[in-house]
Design a protein around this ligand. Sequence first.
Ligand code: HAM
Length: 508
Amino acid sequence: MGRKKKLINDENKTLAKPKKGKFQTVRGMRDILPSEQPYWQKVRRVAEKVAQDYGYQRIDTPIVEFRNLFEKGTGPGTDIVEKEMFVFKTKGGDEVCLRPEGTPSVARAYIQHGMRSLPKPVKLFYIGPMYRYERPQEGRYREMFQFGFEVFGEKDPILDAQLIQIANRIFKGIGIKKFSFQLNSIGCEECRPSYRKLLISYLNNRKNALCMDCKKRLKKNPLRVLDCKEEKCQQVISQAPQMIDHLCSDCKKHFTFLLECLDELEIQFSINPHLVRGLDYYTKTVFEIWPEGEEDGQVALGGGGRYDKLVETLGGASTPAVGFACGMDRIVAEMKKREVKVNFSSQPKIFLVQLGDLAKKKSLKIFEQLESSGISVAESFGRGNLRSQLRQANQMKVDFVLIIGQREALDETIILKDMNSGSQEVITFSKTVFELKKRLKKVAEEKLNNSDKKGSKNIKSVSKSSPSPKNSKNLSKKGNRTAKKKNRSSKASSRPTKRKTSSRKRKK
Ligand code: HAM
């Protein structure tokens, strides 16, 4: 039996049966909650930056397309078209679908907008949701997000190599260091038919040893038998003739040059003769990106290849093309599994507290001034209670709190409270941005220094098994600092302070 993926019941409990009267997300679709956003943001940012660096221009195509675009493009016998499309009729009677992948849509756009006349190659990049009516499993959703790269108008294998280089850079940039490139060539219309015949005859002789699905595949799409994960089929597949042994001279040259480029780039890869990909449009190069530990490509992080005939199939002029797409949901899951660090620092470092109607009005302006000066600030304008606002500021672990009460609003002053030391002082409205920038810079420098010290301490403790007198001094210092820090944080939370009490009194 092939490896079975457990049915998931993820954070959003998408697979739970909807409780009567309670709305939930549709099966196989999920919310991406605020706590997950930093991961997604990192993936998007890295992919967008690399796209820009390599000269790819962003394209957005509609989520709804005509159904027959994929029937023709992706292929009528593929799982995607046969089983997985979300198809519906519009009120006007058009047969449409939610796009299951991006490549046919981008090829359609290339033809529709006459991009053939643009300087070649035409390099396009996209990010967006795709929809496949699959059985939801770990890493397999009905709404999933992809970013993709497509290049039109160049048949040179250097482009195939550059796309693999791009994928390599993106994965490294995201922080996923351990993955593998699986590579194969599935030939072209010249060499594939004779190989297909050879394969059919081999499989026909072993038909009884194949699973039910492969018996069907044998008739419709025999190459797909090669990537069947069923154990009984695996035995047959392991002895099957391989496409790379039957490539025509052009395909062989193409593949060899690609491998040489990857060697030159020092990118490691595995040649996987069973990799055929499940889409009809591929010619020559196909590849996938597998996370470390992946053995059969069930949850590939990405995949792609050359599709030199797709534009023509969709009614355009003969145009060689190559591309790949990656599953962002799977990438995020892998980042979490590998404990990839993401930047949560877009969180505000300042909290603005207001007490009373006049202060509330003044706060709106201060908030705008801070934000437009690039200082990210949090607030809770709906709350008038000091204690609940300070509690929120504490939970957000901000470095500074700005407090505007009735008197401050009249005096055009603000109480600036340092949440790390517990100290507070009064500053004028006009100096708020300046004073905060100065203090935020100091806090950032201190944090950097502390992390440097921590880093050098770690190096020392690694190089010496027992601490030297100097090191043990450092260790006791660290103990003191931690104790001080504890005191500070308990001070910060042991409010109300004098100033606060007086403003409360005034309010009364
Ligand atoms: P694909 O292999 O079908 O290729 O999908 C690309 C990636 O999307 C997969 O490697 C996987 O990471 C992710 N993916 C696919 N289905 C799901 C799902 N149900 N749930 C979560 N993630 C999923 C294509 O889509 C081609 N258009 C790639 C391409 C671009 N070929 C040439 N250019």
